[in-house]
Design a binder for this molecule. Structure first.
Ligand SMILES: C[S@@+](CC[C@H](N)C(=O)[O-])C[C@H]1O[C@@H](n2cnc3c(N)ncnc32)[C@H](O)[C@@H]1O
Length: 407
């Protein structure tokens, strides 16, 4: 890893909310109406940082065409559309797919591996982060540098350390920041191990999803620090826990939803490789009962079963639920049609994942189908725990600080 403190250049983009920045004004009004500027300091930061200075001339738009492809938004082809997209409140701008393997030349489909996040979630997270003017902040995922610049406005350049693992993106983000007059510490490396030279941090915020709070973050968090990070389970992505750190214990609830790409290092392996031999059994549960559609319910269930991936495909009698574990060697396939017959479930491998799902579903039902925001996490020397409403009401635990599944 290498760190490059940026040069202290005067800001190029002072507050300028007025003509001719029509889309910027619309976006500001919409964010205001949404309550995104719960602190006036956030409105001032929005006004001070020009998002256009951080957006490349070409990127992929979030929405897809009839073929499911993301179209390239090109400033030189249609500047108006480019500007409108850059200031779009609810959409991210896709900077990279498939770790850069997918070429940027034309419409494409792939896994998003870098983007400039939508303004709505950027400001929602800043509200939740609740920085003080002198908070020392560790930020994972520099990418374009846009939200690092917002942090610089809020706490001062000298208090911001931003880490990006992709060297090309890291260089681009650092250049954007320097050109716009911001000088945080920019680090090329793995943000999951933090950046010890600038610790302790008062706030640790990630723009990529983890499946567990890294030990390094807790070690580098000062007393009373806040950790805010997108959090995925294999079962369902998109939670946003906010943990307070005191006396070596990181603890807090899920405060909202935040759909982000996986942090490199926490991405699941995408492989399904079950043994040839399977066993058949009956199901005690109608597979249609498992909450497939409602994200909040699915995420809650995923917290109880974090290391099992879920998919549901097909229609009518042909509909199937499929579950698989991290290394793809345990798999369960459940038939929706005539699910009560003795051969509805096909189980491969060591773990009976359908039985595990039924157990997790039963716990969730017996607890009154709690909303995911009633769940919280604790990480300490005793390992990690999932609790409901109160840290003393532990639903699942593991003596291992790292990892995903519960013991
Ligand atoms: C949603 S983007 C960040 C958006 C950025 N904050 C902006 O405003 O442009 C997430 C970024 O996190 C980076 N990332 C993923 N895993 C990482 C890791 N382990 N360490 C550092 N950066 C990581 C990705 O390369 C990607 O650029």
């Amino acid at each position: 890893m290498d760190a490059a403190p940026g040069a202290a250049v005067p800001r190029r983009f002072p507050a300028e909310v007025g003509e001719p920045m029509e889309h910027r004004r619309i976006s500001r009004a919409e964010l205001d109406a949404m309550g995104a500027f719960r602190s006036p300091r956030l409105r001032a930061a929005f006004d001070a940082v020009d998002r256009e200075a951080f957006a490349p001339d070409r990127f992929w738009g979030y929405d897809t065409d009839d073929h499911g492809l993301h179209e390239v938004v090109d400033k030189h082809r249609d500047e108006e559309a480019w500007r409108r997209t850059v200031w779009g409140t609810h959409r991210s701008l896709i900077l990279q797919m498939d770790d850069g393997v997918t070429p940027e030349q034309g419409p494409a489909r792939g896994d998003f591996t870098s983007s400039i996040s939508g303004l709505d979630i950027v400001f929602e997270k800043l509200n939740r982060l609740d920085v003080r003017p002198d908070s020392c902040v560790l930020h994972l995922g520099t990418a374009s540098g846009y939200d690092s610049a917002l942090l610089c406005e809020l706490v001062g350049d000298g208090n911001v350390t931003t880490v990006e693992c992709d060297p090309v993106l890291a260089a681009g983000g650092a250049a954007n920041l320097a050109r716009a007059g911001y000088g945080p510490t920019t680090v090329t490396g793995d943000g999951l191990v933090g950046w010890p030279p600038n610790a302790p941090y008062d706030r640790i915020v990630s723009t990529a999803a983890v499946r567990g709070v890294p030990e390094a973050w807790c070690a580098q968090a000062g007393e009373g620090a806040v950790v805010l990070t997108p959090f995925n389970t294999l079962f369902a992505p998109g939670g946003l826990p906010r943990l307070g750190v005191r006396g070596g214990v990181a603890e807090g609830r899920f405060v909202g939803g935040a759909c982000y790409m996986w942090a490199r290092g926490h991405r699941p392996v995408r492989r399904i490789d079950p043994p040839d031999r399977a066993r058949k059994e009956a199901s005690v549960l109608d597979p249609a009962e498992v909450p497939a559609g409602d994200w909040a319910d699915r995420f809650a269930l995923g917290l109880l079963l974090p290391d099992v991936a879920y998919a549901c495909r097909g229609e009518g009698e042909g509909r199937r639920t499929q579950l698989w574990d991290e290394d793809g060697t345990s798999v369960a396939v459940v038939r929706h049609g005539a699910w009560w017959l003795p051969d509805a479930v096909t189980v491969y491998g060591r773990r009976n994942l359908w039985a595990e799902l039924v157990r997790a579903y039963t716990v969730w039902r017996c607890e009154g189908q709690p909303h995911y925001q009633r769940f919280g996490l604790t990480y300490d020397a005793r390992g990690r725990r999932l609790w409901l409403d109160d840290p003393a009401v532990v639903l699942r635990s593991s003596p291992h600080r790292n990892g995903t599944g519960w013991d």
